[in-house]
Design a protein around this ligand. Structure first.
Ligand SMILES: [Mg+2]
Length: 380
């Protein structure tokens, strides 16, 4: 089996109801899908989390020429070659996000070629179903009363759908954040997991103040309290609160995560499989986190292809401290509006009763609907 072509699909779709996190309003969804074709007729699919045009350029101009003619079976060798090829100018960010998309597509191809799911190639499954939390509860209106009305309704929707945990956005303004957390806790009751995410919208002083104020509301974790570069800031916030600190969606490869883990800066790391270096690197990071006794819940914010890759990884994430009550990793289930995330797959990964099942078909275990790809494709 040899690679004959590498194609990228930049996708974009407007959404009807815009929503905000601490940095910006979101009024469209974008995606970067990579398709790797082989002389065997098999096609591998990958998803890259990052600015799609930039990822597309890196893949088409720099990675594709190194891939054509190669066997997709040589996953580690190709990873090293692509990483080394842009190391002097890459190491993190766009170069690694583009590599992630390619790496996921190569795992898909290897699984399809051998007729087994990726998690079997990775030595699993350790688990075949994963509890999911709903990612949503973004700001929908600048009017607090209206925003609370909308988000209360949204939270009740997640409860009705069977979710046992959900995540909201903070980092806007102290009073707004506190009122929102209080309203949500009151709405969902004491038993349901509630996580908050500032998307690094706080400085250390703000993050400590907010953490202190929301501690009584039983917060499962405080995600990205401060800027990802500021590991000392993370340590300071972590030392100041009993709320577990999460983060890592803006960090890359085992090199970033080595620093995070050695600094004891984060309780729960959240590498994005479609951004941190692909499934190859995510598994290396997972083994490092295990060694350091740190939890790993993958960040997920892509198309259904990225979600499938995350599920394959979740199937093989080590169980931290095995016991009857062992902590198990959680699936981040993006529940915000997205015109093609689920539509892109023939059989989308669904959450039922708060649980998602690991796909068992060959490769990533998914089939892509080309008509949906074409419908939202804007280039190149
Ligand atoms: Mg986040």
């Amino acid at each position: 089996m040899k690679i004959t072509a590498v194609r990228t699909h930049v996708m974009e779709a407007p959404i009807e109801r815009r929503f905000a996190f601490s940095q910006a309003w979101v009024d469209k969804r974008v995606g970067l899908v990579v398709e790797i074709e082989t002389d065997s007729g098999l096609i591998g699919w990958g998803d890259g989390y990052g600015p799609p045009w930039a990822l597309s350029t890196v893949i088409e101009r720099y990675y594709a020429p190194r891939l054509v003619g190669r066997s997709p079976m040589a996953g580690e060798a190709i990873w090293e070659e692509l990483y080394n090829g842009l190391r002097d100018h890459g190491q993190r960010g766009i170069a690694v996000q583009a590599l992630s998309a390619v790496d996921i597509a190569l795992w898909d191809l290897r699984g399809k070629h051998l007729g087994v799911p990726v998690h079997v190639l990775m030595g699993g499954p350790i688990r075949s179903e994963v509890a999911a939390y709903a990612t949503g509860l973004y700001r929908r209106s600048d009017d607090r009363a209206e925003n609370h009305r909308l988000l209360r309704e949204e939270a009740e929707g997640y409860l009705a759908a069977g979710f046992r945990a959900m995540k909201t956005k903070v980092g806007f303004d102290f009073e707004d954040d506190l009122a929102l957390v209080a309203m949500l806790r009151e709405t969902i009751g004491p038993e349901i997991g509630l996580f908050v995410d500032a998307n690094h919208g706080c400085d250390v002083v703000q993050a400590k103040r907010l953490a202190h104020a929301i501690e009584p509301y039983g917060i499962g974790w405080f995600e990205e309290p401060v800027e990802p570069e500021d590991l000392e800031g993370y340590r300071e916030v972590r030392a100041a609160t009993s709320i577990p600190i999460a983060g890592g969606e803006c960090s890359f490869t085992r090199h970033d995560f080595r620093r995070i883990l050695e600094a004891r800066a984060i309780d729960i790391i959240q590498p994005d499989t479609a951004s941190c270096g692909g499934l190859t690197e995510a598994k290396r990071i997972a083994d490092m986190a295990w060694t350091h006794g740190v939890r790993y819940n993958p960040h997920v914010w892509g198309t259904g292809i990225g979600l499938a890759a995350a599920m394959q990884l979740l199937a093989v994430l080590p169980t931290g401290a095995p016991s009857f009550g062992a902590h198990q990793p959680l699936l981040e289930y993006d529940s915000t509006q997205h015109p093609f995330r689920q539509d892109l797959l023939v059989e989308p990964i669904r959450v039922q009763g708060g649980v998602a099942h690991v796909p068992t078909g060959p490769g990533l275990g998914i089939e892509v609907r080309r008509e949906v790809l074409e419908r939202w494709r804007i280039g190149p």
